[in-house]
Design a protein around this ligand. Structure first.
Ligand code: FAD
Length: 246
């Protein structure tokens, strides 16, 4: 379906820190449209001399929330748009936004098969929209999130994920910390590899639908490894966020 979306002026109604480098922004949208979990918005900044910068940001919130969306943005050093959002934008400010965009990397609660979500860093954002949507819709399909972060402090949405895991039947969460681990850490402590994917994906069975999002290298490695352990490539959807391998 061809999407013709106009730019609209969103109001920033709330900004809250998620980690030291990550903040969530609530945007109130005058022409809000219900999104599908996994879609994104484009954000456009215009300088006084007319110079424009535009970037994509996944929707973090569930489609059941009307009139507004949450975007969760990692501050990239020297990053034009993410630094502006972190360092300049204040509640009450207005910003140009266009969306929701994307029709491939989406999941709906009506898809009741087993679901495998694999994230690296801020790649967890569109997957969080799926998990929040599943919770809001009362979904009970077996769902596993495997989430790779550098350190414990870099995990986005840790407390909410724990809460959702406890209250949503069929939701499992696995973390891996690649750089350092706190004392007594019980999760994985290495990059995503074949043994790890066998552990987490195996119980979901052959009909699993996988969504992988994060830095390009992580996405490609995870997708190739899933194929090696027997997941068909047409059961894997990927979204790449940035150039680095983290
Ligand atoms: C469909 C889609 C959805 C996205 N969703 C999100 C999201 O939900 N949250 C989020 O934080 N980002 C998301 N991104 C990434 C985002 O669009 C920007 O690329 C990112 O914020 C950097 O933009 P910038 O203007 O701050 O940096 P730029 O000025 O574009 O880049 C500055 C420097 O940082 C490097 N760089 C650019 N992007 C990254 C990155 N992601 N990681 C590490 N280094 C980088 C560049 O190579 C350059 O050297 C998404 C990207 C896509 C394509």
């Amino acid at each position: 379906m061809k999407q013709t979306l106009n730019w609209q002026i969103a109001s920033v109604t709330n900004i809250r820190p998620e980690t030291v480098k990550v903040k969530s922004f609530t945007l109130k949208l005058p022409a809000w449209m219900r999104h599908r979990a996994g879609q994104h918005y484009d954000i456009r900044l215009t300088a006084e001399d007319g110079y424009q910068a535009q970037r994509s940001y996944s929707i973090a919130s569930e489609p059941e929330r009307e009139g507004e969306v949450d975007l969760t943005v990692e501050r990239i050093n020297d990053g034009e748009v993410s630094m502006y959002m972190h360092d300049v934008l204040l509640p009450g400010d207005r910003i140009e936004a266009r969306g929701p965009i994307g029709g491939y990397f989406v999941w709906e609660a009506t898809m009741t098969g087993p679901l495998l979500l694999i994230a690296g860093g801020s790649g967890v954002v569109p997957l969080m929209s799926m998990i929040r949507h599943r919770a809001a819709a009362g979904g009970r399909n077996p769902t596993t999130l495997l989430y790779s972060s550098r350190t414990f402090e870099d995990i986005i949405y840790y407390n909410e994920l724990e809460q959702l895991r406890k209250t949503n039947s069929g939701l499992q969460i696995f973390h891996t910390l690649t750089r350092s681990q706190p004392a007594g850490w019980k999760g994985y402590a290495r990059r995503i590899d074949q043994d790890m994917l066998k552990d987490v994906a195996g119980p979901l069975g052959k009909s699993v639908q996988a969504y992988i999002c994060g830095p390009t290298l992580l996405v490609e490695a995870a997708a190739n490894t899933l194929v090696k352990i027997g997941v068909k490539s047409d059961q894997i959807r990927t979204e790449r966020f940035g150039p680095t391998g983290g």
